[in-house]
Ligand binder design. Structure first.
Ligand SMILES: C[S@@+](CC[C@H](N)C(=O)[O-])C[C@H]1O[C@@H](n2cnc3c(N)ncnc32)[C@H](O)[C@@H]1O
Length: 208
């Protein structure tokens, strides 16, 4: 694949336009693993964070509750961001919202924290992952934290009807390369709203 996957945006726009956000397999009423990882990173609430493929996640709400003031949520589907904005009401105006394909994003600034739960695993072509790494490299300040969660090596082979690549933490570290130090990794078993258990690999890196 030479450029961005042209089928991705209509797919995700359709998903978020037709299915209640709390019925999606990836829904979490509280994004505990993300909040815990961000807390362990030890960054102050004045730091900047971009939630890549944040969709309708409640992570942004909970970070606002904790006093974070420089939050960006990026997603390929405007319909997903609309759900989050509507939920947040007036608080939405304090967040930067970016509609973009991460494999085609040129960040206009740098961030202290990059958070991606369940987005990188959709990039099944090497060219897509290379483009993701380019966006990451452009967005991260040296010393910044990268929190990445994908389906684990024994996780599901598909998500939202799309094929995924599954990773052990070492494989994720190899994908990011030497510019990122793997600080910690852990396994999580996410239970979907339908009661299915999905094994995830989580990694926290530090940009060297
Ligand atoms: C499985 S959902 C996870 C959503 C959110 N991170 C969470 O934990 O609730 C994947 C998200 O990635 C978004 N997405 C998929 N491909 C993308 C891409 N190439 N660029 C940006 N966002 C993308 C989708 O619209 C969707 O919101």
């Amino acid at each position: 694949m030479a450029g961005p996957d042209e089928t991705a945006q209509p797919h995700w726009q359709h998903v978020y336009s037709t299915k209640p956000a709390d019925q999606a397999s990836w829904f979490q009423s509280s994004p505990r693993p993300s909040l815990d990882a961000i807390a362990r990173a030890g960054v102050p609430s004045g730091a900047s964070l971009v939630d890549v493929g944040g969709g309708a996640s409640r992570l942004v709400d909970l970070l606002l509750d904790r006093g974070w003031s420089d939050l960006t949520v990026l997603d390929i589907a405007d319909a997903a961001l609309d759900i989050a904005r509507t939920r947040l009401g007036t608080r939405a105006s304090t967040v930067q919202w970016i509609v973009a394909d991460i494999t085609d994003w040129r960040p206009a600034r740098r961030y202290d924290v990059w958070h991606d739960r369940a987005v990188f695993h959709f990039l099944i072509e090497e060219a897509q992952r290379r483009a993701y790494r380019a966006a990451l490299a452009a967005a991260m300040r040296p010393g910044g934290h990268v929190i990445l969660a994908t389906f684990a090596a024994d996780g599901p082979e598909r998500c939202s009807g799309l094929p995924v690549r599954r990773y052990a933490p070492e494989a994720l570290a190899a994908e990011l390369g030497d510019a990122y130090e793997l600080v910690e990794s852990w396994a999580e078993r996410h239970t979907t709203p339908g009661g299915t258990v999905q094994p995830f690999s989580w990694c926290r890196f530090r940009r060297r």
